[in-house]
Write a protein that binds this ligand. Structure first.
Ligand SMILES: [Zn+2]
Length: 241
């Protein structure tokens, strides 16, 4: 470990030690979607010292994103999110190599990228693409850290083939989106859930702590309460039919 790394990660090394930090440096993570969830997750993954971060998003920054997507500033409006994100994250940690992919998250692209990463972090805002990511992760044996948000509500679940059922088996029906064409989101909700996603991904990679397995975390920002739903049946019933 270089002297500047010892200094950069000093406080973290006190918690997890050098071996775990080396594991984080050697690892690669896909953040699929760099909106609200992906903003905070990728900022903390880069800050914590992930070696390689792949970002996929087909969107451009809009003024209405800035209320929650804290990777971006007014100067980024109109620019592809992944390029602005890559610039910001490289400035934060030049030791993390950032691979921005400005494209639709098609099954072909996802399969190619996911086969080369250790963990996938969910920054998506639609259930259809989540189910595609889930299926590919299941087939390739990669852990998928899912989070979803709506208003003040958030949920977190880790689909880890061989250890937990996949997303589709735990949530067989897609959640209702409501009436509008966009999902209502309070500013801090994606921040809290995105941060929890980064925390789980870092635990999976470093081997420190215990990932939240076979539980759905449910967050209610209106009351500040967290709740947990136990998954008793650890099989992939839908998938294996
Ligand atoms: Zn399944």
């Amino acid at each position: 470990m270089y002297p500047d790394e010892l200094e950069r990660y000093h406080r973290q090394l006190l918690v997890i030690g050098r071996e775990a930090q080396e594991k984080i440096r050697r690892s690669s993570v896909l953040v699929v979607g760099v909106g609200g969830l992906g903003s905070i997750a990728s900022l903390h993954l880069a800050a914590a010292g992930i070696g390689r971060l792949v970002l996929i998003d087909n969107g451009k920054v809009e003024l209405s994103n800035l209320q929650r997507q804290i990777l971006y500033t007014v100067d980024d409006i109109g620019k592809p999110k992944v390029y602005s994100a890559a610039h910001r994250l490289s400035e934060l940690n030049p030791g993390t190599s950032i691979h921005p992919i400005y494209a639709d998250a098609t099954p072909e692209l996802l399969r190619e990228v996911i086969s080369g990463v250790d963990v996938v972090v969910d920054g998506l805002d639609n259930w259809e693409t989540r189910i595609i990511v889930d299926k590919i992760c299941y087939e390739l044996g990669k852990p998928y850290v899912h989070a979803g948000i709506h208003g003040f509500y958030g949920q977190l679940y880790i689909a880890w083939p061989g250890k937990t059922p996949c997303l589709r088996c735990v949530f067989p029906r897609p959640p209702r989106r409501g009436n509008g064409d966009v999902i209502p989101v309070f500013s801090t909700t994606p921040g809290i859930l995105g941060l929890l996603e980064a925390n789980e991904a870092l635990k999976i990679i470093s081997g420190v702590g215990k990932p939240l397995l076979n539980k759905i975390l449910v967050y209610d920002g209106k009351t500040g309460l967290f709740d947990y739903v136990e998954i008793r049946d650890a099989d992939c019933r839908v998938c294996e039919e």
